[in-house]
Design a protein around this ligand. Structure first.
Ligand code: ZN
Length: 205
């Protein structure tokens, strides 16, 4: 029995913080130690590749596309797996309570689970699944990107575009890692710009 049997390891942080790279590193370590690892990722994340998890620095690993936590449980029933790795866990399409129930079930059955996921969306609101996992996990590592304005540790991914949907995948052209101070400044600027536009629109009507 290895030391991580039945343990949950969480890698979280903003975009560009190196979460997926850390997941990849851990998967490699478990593989070197001869454990049977299955890597999963949500079906919708097809930024770079359909069957592979690709980190921002272009490292690749084979991944199984899944929609819900049930797909993962079913896979582990049918296949010889000891370590379950899930990338972009916040996008798994399952209710958070149900998701956590199934994770607990897998842990109780001796699986090692490593996940990588965003802690917050672009409005700095926590993703429920990750929030729950952070409480129940055995190990957690919060990763940090670099603030695009001041170079300090970033806190959140600021969305440059005006799109309102919570899930918008993209790389550097859509998101900017910012520290808390500069995130607040940017949000103020955005609000101000919006007020100005509304005011000008009203005037022209
Ligand atoms: Zn900053």
């Amino acid at each position: 029995m290895h030391q991580y049997k039945g343990k949950l390891i969480v890698h979280t942080g903003s975009m560009f913080s190196g979460k997926t790279s850390s997941l990849w590193k851990e998967v490699n370590r478990f593989r070197i130690a001869k454990y049977k690892v299955a890597v999963f990722k949500p079906k919708m994340d097809s930024r770079y590749s359909k069957e592979k998890v690709v980190t921002h620095d272009k490292n690749e690993m084979e991944a199984i596309n899944v929609e819900t936590i049930d797909d993962i449980v079913e896979y582990t029933r049918k296949n010889d797996v000891e370590v379950i790795a899930i990338d972009e866990v916040q996008f798994i399409n399952s209710d958070a309570d149900y998701f956590v129930d199934k994770i607990n079930y897998l842990l109780e059955n001796g699986y090692t689970i490593i996940v990588a996921g965003l802690d917050m969306d672009y409005e700095a609101k926590p993703f429920q699944i990750v929030k729950e996992l952070l409480s129940i996990c055995d190990y957690v590592e919060k990763h940090h990107a670099v603030c695009a304005v001041c170079g300090n540790d970033a806190w959140v991914s600021y969305r440059i575009t005006d799109a309102k949907d919570r899930i918008q995948l993209g790389a550097s052209e859509t998101y900017l890692p910012l520290c808390r101070k500069h995130y607040i400044e940017k949000m103020r600027e955005k609000k101000l710009a919006k007020l100005q536009t509304t005011y000008l629109d009203d005037k022209s009507n």
